[in-house]
Design a binder for this molecule. Structure first.
Ligand code: FAD
Ligand code: A2P
Length: 417
């Protein structure tokens, strides 16, 4: 049971459908499969959730952190939750009198809620659930579904070669006079217009910010995104992704509904001698571009840490930002590209490139000032973690110990989708 209050009363764990951006992080994180979803909502199974809290810190919006005191016999079922557009109010019957007390996660993690291990996420989450110690403090959830910000499209350019199948766009959104403070590594939500087949408004999709905190253009109130047009589902069948096609087809001057910003852990360290080990595929390059550009702008102000980048794409023509990237000075960023579908060449993934550069990766792994970022295809996560383990062990490091340290110190950040 969730978090038993008494024999009859349960502190039921619920997800706020109005804030949830359906990023799947909670479902992936839950160590006991207590979270499920349909095309409408992400929900918690009352009879499986044990209130362990592993899913709470990684949630980028805080939608996961909702609790209601209910009579056990009246616990909200999965089917009920799947149909919700808003969370129900806390009931006020006499039996639920403690509801007057805080029902947030702070209350849920008190010793009387039957949680054996107060920090199980250390073992169930693969990356850090805390930011680097020196990261700037992010703003999150400034704008939600009910009151999105209208941004104006000021640029929309195809990044990939016209002759290739991968259609990836660089899209610049301007917020005008509306404050929208962001940090590198954060994301925003886009509300595509229209409704799905059941008549419900489309839910928001999340996109990483590709520009630094001071704007795509320095001191402008704008952000850029790196968006891939989805034309195939994960099984390879033809489809038309709702939001990615909407974004890629936007024209200059169009207005877009934006919510967020989101994300409070996948952030860059602010101390100038910190090293960034960045590993990405495809549109996973967005946060790496943001961080790299921030460092480039700060370089003249004394940032000295190393930047080591591993970037994978099908071909050179399908690698977003190929031109600008290869033009960056070698003494600023050490860039390693891995192409998987270059005609006449063997398939090469980022993890192959990491193994080739094992000595340099190991040197960074040994340095307590190194921060690791992995972003892109979900499928790369296993391979990249395995490559880090192999490199670490080949160079005399105990990976299990190092992995825990990296996670605990906010030095290993994974964002795959
Ligand atoms: P949908 O209409 O939602 O889906 C259509 C079909 O395609 C469905 O069957 C679905 O399962 C499948 N599908 C969904 N996404 C993909 C995909 N990526 N590849 C293949 N099939 C898919 N996307 C970017 O382009 N750039 C980003 O910077 C970016 N950052 C993200 C950051 C986070 C934290 C997360 C969780 C996701 C991010 N995404 C990013 C993915 C993005 O949120 C959308 O999922 C993606 O654009 C597809 O949305 P859609 O509405 O076009 O497709
Ligand atoms: P592949 O040619 O095998 O698909 P995409 O263009 O689909 O966004 O993919 C970006 C790059 O990531 C491609 O080169 C793709 O190779 C590669 N990739 C696919 N699966 C993995 C994986 N498990 N680990 C690392 N890279 C991968």
């Amino acid at each position: 049971m969730n978090a038993p209050e008494s024999a009859d009363v349960l502190r039921q764990h619920l997800i706020d459908p109005e804030i949830c951006i359906r990023c799947n992080t909670c479902e992936e994180t839950c160590p006991i499969d207590a979270i499920t979803h349909d095309s409408n909502n992400y929900v918690v199974k009352a009879d499986v959730c044990n209130g362990c809290m592993a899913c709470v810190p990684p949630c980028p919006t805080g939608a996961i952190d909702n609790w209601r005191l209910v009579l056990k016999a009246d616990a909200y079922s999965v089917d009920e939750q799947l149909g919700w557009d808003v969370l129900p109010e806390q009931g006020t019957t006499a039996a639920l009198a403690p509801a007057a007390v805080d029902t947030s996660s702070a209350a849920a993690s008190t010793p009387d809620n039957a949680i054996d291990d107060p920090s199980p996420e250390v073992d169930t989450v693969r990356g850090s659930t805390v930011p680097p110690w020196s990261a700037a403090k992010p703003y999150v959830n400034l704008y939600a579904h009910k009151a999105p910000v209208k941004a104006t499209v000021v640029g929309n350019y195809r990044l990939t070669d016209e002759a290739t199948e991968s259609d990836i766009h660089h899209i610049v959104l301007d917020f005008g006079t509306i404050p929208f403070p962001v940090l590198e590594g954060q994301s925003i939500g886009i509300l595509p217009p229209g409704a799905s087949a059941d008549g419900r408004a489309h839910h928001a999709r999340q996109y990483s910010i590709a520009s630094p905190r001071d704007g795509e253009r320095p001191r402008y109130n704008n952000v850029s995104l790196t968006v891939k047009r989805v034309t195939q589902d994960h099984a390879g069948g033809a489809t038309v992704g709702v939001c990615s096609n909407y974004l890629c087809d936007l024209k200059k001057g169009d207005a877009v509904d934006v919510i967020g910003p989101f994300g409070s852990t996948f952030l860059m360290p602010n101390h100038p001698d910190s090293h960034l080990l960045m590993i990405c595929t495809g549109t996973g390059s967005a946060p790496m571009r943001a961080m790299t550009e921030y460092r480039r702008r700060r370089r003249l102000k004394g940032a000295t840490g190393k930047l080591l980048l591993f970037f994978g794409a099908r071909t050179k023509e399908e690698l977003p930002y190929f031109g600008p990237l290869v033009n960056l000075p070698k003494d600023f960023i050490d860039t390693n590209l891995a192409f998987s579908r270059t005609p006449g060449q063997p398939k090469r993934y980022v993890q192959d490139a990491m193994r080739e550069r094992a000595a340099d990766v190991a040197q960074l792994l040994k340095d307590a000032n190194t921060y690791i970022y992995v972003c892109g295809l979900k499928g790369m996560e296993d391979g990249v973690l395995q490559a880090l383990k192999d490199v670490a062990e080949r160079h005399g490091l105990n990976w299990e110990t190092l992995w825990q340290t990296l996670k605990r110190e906010g030095r290993l950040h994974l964002e795959t989708y």
